[in-house]
Design a protein around this ligand. Structure first.
Ligand code: HEM
Ligand SMILES: *[C@@H]1O[C@H](CO)[C@@H](O)[C@H](O)[C@H]1NC(C)=O
Ligand SMILES: *[C@@H]1O[C@H](CO)[C@@H](O)[C@H](O)[C@H]1NC(C)=O
Ligand SMILES: *[C@@H]1O[C@H](CO)[C@@H](O)[C@H](O)[C@H]1NC(C)=O
Ligand SMILES: *[C@@H]1O[C@H](CO)[C@@H](O)[C@H](O)[C@H]1NC(C)=O
Ligand SMILES: *[C@@H]1O[C@H](CO)[C@@H](O)[C@H](O)[C@H]1NC(C)=O
Ligand SMILES: *[C@@H]1O[C@H](CO)[C@@H](O)[C@H](O)[C@H]1NC(C)=O
Ligand SMILES: *[C@@H]1O[C@H](CO)[C@@H](O)[C@H](O)[C@H]1NC(C)=O
Ligand SMILES: *[C@@H]1O[C@H](CO)[C@@H](O)[C@H](O)[C@H]1NC(C)=O
Ligand SMILES: *[C@@H]1O[C@H](CO)[C@@H](O)[C@H](O)[C@H]1NC(C)=O
Length: 335
């Protein structure tokens, strides 16, 4: 009898074990680049065309959308939770958490993307995947790398405001703390340096770096790791007692282009945020050689950025029958 040969049981056992693992851990299901190839084959180009249209009237929007994906993934995984409005079912939204309140933007464009995607493929594409696809389109449209976005995420039904307060790095923290927040979601310092390169485009409000400009850490002087010429410019744009909401380019040398200038700036002490400059100016840090590499080799940066975006996009997605496909990115279905 074939069924009783040791050869066959050797074959059956691993198959059975694999099945058992799949049944026991549905959350370990993999995302895939072809998840929508039969149910919504043009989803990437739909997302891209809405982003492209939004860029016509707002050159910053690609940066804002890229940041939304980051802030989504760092809180309960990439589950679209940042998009949920505070309301009946969401008592404390992530939108209103400290790192996002009066800062995260692009929610209206996400709605436009969702509407456009629903028109072609109703009820199929998650809001969490829309954020991942919009980030890729935004980077590519700004001259950065393209990569195959892994999709198949489903949308969460809850928000975690305290989680957003605690897990999203702030620009005032040390490199050690920021590295620990990346490590907490499985990202290492190569990911940290590469992903920080997203600050090659977009804007930051004075309130996120003006602690560096006049009396840094109670020293009575500006941050010594800030270039004196850049300091003078920033002091003018963000005067003491001035508005904390005035906008500044994160990359003064090429504001809206996705390139390696962010890293070249760090070599010249022209990182805007304390958390940016720390990557290069923390004595003895393993991040320094990575910054040097990305500053001198844009190809190395682009390849690492694409890989790290995939790594970040893989943070605890909901898959299979977990969560839902929201019909409105701002609300849990039926609420
Ligand atoms: C490493 C820790 C990080 C810190 C402390 C940080 C902090 C910040 C801050 C304070 C701003 C300015 C927000 C405002 O003025 O309203 C900002 C903007 C931005 N961040 Fe980060 N960030 C970090 C990592 C990342 C990552 C990993 C990405 C994406 C991969 C990212 C993408 C962006 C983009 C594109 C902007 C500009 C957004 C816009 O113009 O609307 N950041 N970040
Ligand atoms: C919304 O929340 C209420 C109470 O908090 C709950 O009874 C209801 O089931 C929730 N609805 C959905 C669709 O989650
Ligand atoms: C968010 O900002 C608004 C001001 O625009 C403020 O009234 C509100 O208290 C802030 N929310 C939180 C949770 O800090
Ligand atoms: C998040 O932080 C803000 C500012 O400290 C605070 O007002 C808010 O209550 C916090 N949210 C939660 C749920 O802890
Ligand atoms: C909220 O986020 C925190 C920190 O990321 C996490 O420890 C906590 O388990 C989350 N809460 C829920 C209910 O998911
Ligand atoms: C970070 O992880 C990647 C794999 O995703 C690996 O190639 C890289 O060497 C790691 N970096 C460090 C500093 O360990
Ligand atoms: C800088 O801040 C420290 C601590 O807050 C304070 O004691 C000191 O007087 C300030 N120095 C100046 C020049 O404002
Ligand atoms: C800023 O405001 C404080 C308190 O109102 C005042 O003492 C200080 O002189 C002001 N500084 C400048 C540069 O206007
Ligand atoms: C880092 O090293 C430089 C040069 O050795 C030194 O001037 C600086 O004070 C050090 N910075 C810190 C924060 O230790
Ligand atoms: C730049 O980085 C790429 C990708 O890592 C590598 O293949 C290439 O050899 C590097 N170029 C130089 C000049 O070091």
């Amino acid at each position: 009898m074939l069924g009783s040969t040791p050869c066959n049981s050797l074959l059956i056992t691993p198959i059975f074990t694999t099945l058992l693992i799949i049944l026991l851990y549905p959350s370990n299901a993999q995302l895939s680049s072809t998840f929508y190839s039969s149910t919504c084959p043009s989803v990437s180009s739909i997302v891209r065309s809405v982003v492209q249209q939004a860029l016509q009237s707002d050159s910053r929007i690609g940066a804002s959308l890229t940041r939304l994906h980051f802030h989504d993934c760092f809180v309960n995984g990439c589950d679209g939770s940042i998009l949920l409005d505070q309301g009946v079912n969401i008592t404390l939204s992530e939108k209103n958490a400290t790192p996002n309140n009066n800062s995260a933007r692009g929610f209206d464009v996400v709605d436009n993307i969702k509407t456009s995607v629903e028109n072609s493929c109703p009820g199929v594409v998650s809001c969490a995947d829309i954020l991942a696809l919009a980030a890729q389109a935004s980077v590519a449209l700004a001259g950065g790398p393209s990569w195959n976005v892994l999709v198949g995420r489903r949308d969460g039904v809850m928000a975690n405001q305290s989680g957003a307060n605690a897990s999203i790095p702030t620009p005032f923290e040390s490199l050690a703390i920021i590295s620990a927040k990346f490590a907490a979601v499985g990202l290492n310092i190569t990911d940290l340096v590469a992903l920080s390169g997203a600050h090659t485009f977009g804007r930051a409000q004075c309130r996120f770096f003006n602690q560096r400009l006049f009396n840094f850490s109670g020293t009575g002087s500006p941050d010594p790791t800030l270039s004196s010429t850049y300091l003078a410019t920033l002091q003018q744009n963000c005067p003491q007692n001035g508005s904390g909401t005035t906008l500044n380019n994160l990359d003064p040398s090429s504001a809206d282009a996705f390139d390696s200038n962010y890293f070249k700036n760090l070599l010249n002490n022209k990182g805007l945020l304390q958390s940016d400059q720390e990557l290069f100016s923390t004595n003895g840090s393993a991040t320094i050689s990575i910054v040097n590499n990305f500053a001198t080799n844009q190809t190395a940066f682009f390849e690492a950025f694409a890989q790290s975006m995939i790594n970040m996009g893989n943070v605890s997605p909901l898959t299979g029958n977990q969560g839902e496909i929201r019909s409105n990115c701002r609300k849990v279905n039926g609420s």
